[in-house]
Design a protein around this ligand. Sequence first.
Ligand code: HEC
Length: 211
Amino acid sequence: MDSFELNKIVLALLLTVLLVIGINGLASTIFVEEEPGTNAFPIETEVEEVATIVEEAAPEGPPLAELLALASVEKGLSVFKKCKICHTVDNGGKNMIGPNLWDIVGRSKGSVDGFSYSDAMKETGGDWTYEDLDGFLKKPGDFLAKTKMKFAGLKKPADRAAVISLMRSFSDAPVDLPAVAAPEMDAPETEVPVENSEEVSEEVSEEVPEE
Ligand code: HEC
């Protein structure tokens, strides 16, 4: 074998190696690009399954007061789309299939003039507390047998909290939200010693770019 032939072999090997690296590089680029697309669906279902399991395992979930405190108007409006076909919410709004819901939180049950409530609603008595609204909206027929409100209910506690929080705002004087139980505090050890916190703030201020 002369050196020219050897050179050719070495060159061929080198090219092969380069080619393999190139293909690998290319393949991994394609793979990485496709990854989010192909995985998005399975991940989502998994998360949903886990959420269902969690909900089933702990049907209680976070207390209503907490959910109400976290509820967003945006979500409330989206849930309320289901109610709009039967209810108005503006002050003095007309009754439709269901009664007007202005000022519903704290209002006495079945009390809108000119709306013909079911006997069940007329007889139940009391005011609409947050708890009662939550119970009613979960499954109207369970909360109040023979209610005229033909609505399956809102299964998700967060959906109910969002819509209740929204209804609360339809009032000139919204009823106070229920107090959220304070989280249990640990021993004061968790407080950052003054010395350290000074160091931290110094470090942070050094990092801030000067303008
Ligand atoms: C298919 C029509 C319909 C839908 C949808 C509907 N409701 Fe009702 N709702 C009614 C009727 C009818 C009543 C009266 C019930 C009765 O008299 O038993 C009522 C009663 C109520 C009451 C009690 C009102 C009062 O004056 O005591 C509240 C609160 C309420 N609905 C909230 C909601 C919310 C919130 C939604 C959406 C998540 C909703 N409803 C969806 C028809 C509906």
